[in-house]
Design a protein around this ligand. Structure first.
Ligand code: ADP
Ligand code: MG
Ligand code: MG
Length: 208
C-alpha cells in the first residue's frame, strides 16, 4: 500500500481533526506541567492546516507536509509552533524525491523531522519534550520499511506511545516544566501527547 499525495492530504486532514478533538486532553496535560495553552495552540494550528489543505490540489507528498508545517509555524506562534512547524517542514523536505508515500519514506520523514526539532530547540531524548515520543518513532521507522504501510505506521505509533509513557518518569530540562523539578514526575509531556494523537490518527487512516 502506498498513499498518493491526495491521500496524504486526506490523512493530514484526519490528523488535524484528531488534534482538534483532543484539545481538552492536551490542554490538561499542559496545565499539569506548563501554562495550559498547548491544546488551544495546537487547535489553532490545525484549523490553519485545514484551511490550507482543504482547497489544495496536492502535487506531491513533500508539498502536503511542508504546507502543514508552514501553516502551524505561522498560526501558532511561540516555541511549539516553530517546533511542530519544523517537524513537518523538515520531514516533508526529506521526501522531495519520493513519489507516493510508502514504507521506505517513513525513516526519511521521521529522521529529518527529529533532526530538525533537535536542531531548532536544542533538546535531546530524556529532556521530557515531544522528542521523547518522536525519537522512538524515528528509531522504529528504520526497522519497519519492509512491512506493509499500515503495519509500519501502527508499529511507529506504538513506539511513540511507549515514549510518551516513558516521559512520565522524566524530569523536564526544557520549557516551563523545567521549573517544577521532581514535581513533574508522573505526568507525560504535552508535546509528546500531541505526537501520539497525530500518529494514532495516521494509523486509523491507513488501517481502513
Ligand atoms: P509553550 O511552552 O510556549 O506554552 P506549548 O505549550 O504549545 O508551548 O508547547 C509545549 C511543548 O513544547 C512541550 O510539552 C514540549 O513537548 C515542547 N517543547 C518545548 N520546548 C521544547 C524544545 N526545546 N524542544 C522540543 N520540544 C519542546
Ligand atoms: Mg505558552
Ligand atoms: Mg504551554
Amino acid at each position: 500500500m502506498q498513499l498518493t499525495p491526495n491521500q496524504v492530504r486526506l490523512m493530514m486532514l484526519q490528523v488535524a481533526d484528531a488534534i482538534i478533538e483532543a484539545e481538552p486532553m492536551l490542554s490538561q496535560a499542559d496545565r499539569d506541567l506548563g501554562d495550559g495553552d498547548h491544546g488551544l495552540g495546537m487547535k489553532r494550528g490545525m484549523e490553519a492546516v485545514k484551511a490550507q489543505l482543504e482547497p489544495l490540489e496536492a502535487a506531491s507528498v513533500e508539498q502536503v507536509f511542508v504546507t502543514t508545517g508552514t501553516a502551524m509555524m505561522t498560526s501558532m506562534g511561540g516555541a511549539s509552533g516553530a517546533l511542530f512547524g519544523t517537524l513537518f517542514r523538515a520531514g516533508g523536505k526529506a521526501l522531495a524525491a519520493s513519489g507516493n508515500f510508502d514504507p521506505p519514506d517513513l525513516p526519511l520523514f521521521f529522521e529529518a523531522a527529529l533532526e530538525g526539532v533537535m536542531k531548532r530547540g536544542g533538546a535531546k531524548p530524556g529532556d521530557k519534550t515531544m522528542i521523547d515520543a518522536l525519537a522512538p518513532a524515528a528509531a522504529k521507522a528504520r526497522e519497519v520499511t519492509a512491512l506493509p504501510l499500515a503495519e509500519a505506521i501502527s508499529a511507529i505509533a506504538d513506539a511513540a506511545e511507549s515514549g510518551k509513557e516513558a516521559s512520565k518518569a522524566m524530569v523536564a530540562q526544557f520549557g516551563r516544566a523545567k521549573t517544577l523539578g521532581e514535581a513533574c514526575i508522573g505526568f507525560p509531556d504535552a508535546g509528546a501527547c500531541s505526537i501520539v494523537v497525530m500518529l494514532n490518527a495516521m494509523r486509523s487512516f491507513v488501517s481502513c
